[in-house]
Design a protein around this ligand. Structure first.
Ligand SMILES: [Zn+2]
Length: 196
């Protein structure tokens, strides 16, 4: 579902209800029985970063839905694809930042201008280092270290280059332009939301 559909109001419960509870695996709408995953309110999630690879950095709010499981009592938040757990920047924005910094010798400040809305500027932009350490620790894009890759002893900028290349590999082909000829940073942007 296009992220724009989350910006004015939360998409309908029926559209967002997961088929199964991600915690206990119970079917959310078992045939002939009552609903197991109930709508449990709307929560706002901040999304920082550009909407398109060369777009302007923005702050947007997505209206997300919570569901409550009557089988295991878990509360589940359903968010649009670019939103990452406990991060304000979108997966696309983080992927773009790492690819730009790692591959194109841009300064951290230049990357920040592409990715961070003005009021979120912080000195030297420590976010880049924080993200690389989080990837190395398996806390961000856990699929990267999940396949046995290690970033131990790798310099931060080289780590950003490697992670950026990996993220670019998840960009879906588009009928209009296709991955061939598209800049690596743009591929990384589009791949970020699909990376495991
Ligand atoms: Zn459950």
């Amino acid at each position: 579902m296009d992220v724009k559909q989350w910006l004015v109001e939360a998409p309908p419960i029926e559209v967002l209800r997961p088929p199964r509870c991600p915690c206990c695996g119970a079917a959310s709408r078992p045939a002939g029985a009552s609903v197991v995953l109930h709508g449990h309110g709307v929560r706002e999630r901040m999304m920082l970063g550009p909407e398109a690879p060369s777009g302007e950095a923005r702050l947007q709010v997505a209206f997300c839905r919570r569901f409550r499981c009557t089988a295991c009592r878990a509360v589940v938040l359903v968010v649009p694809r670019p939103v990452l757990t406990s991060r304000r920047y979108t997966a696309n924005a983080i992927a773009l930042a790492l690819a730009l910094w790692g591959h194109f010798a841009d300064s951290a400040e230049a990357v920040r201008e592409r990715v961070a809305p003005g009021r979120y500027f912080e000195g030297g932009w420590r976010s880049l280092h924080r993200w690389i350490r989080a990837v190395a620790a398996g806390a961000l894009f856990p699929g990267y270290v999940g396949v046995g890759v290690t970033l131990a002893g790798v310099r931060l900028r080289e780590a950003a280059r490697r992670i950026g290349s990996w993220l670019a590999g998840f960009a879906p082909a588009t009928p209009a332009e296709g991955p061939v000829g598209e800049a690596l940073w743009a591929l990384a942007f589009r791949g970020g939301e699909h990376a495991p």
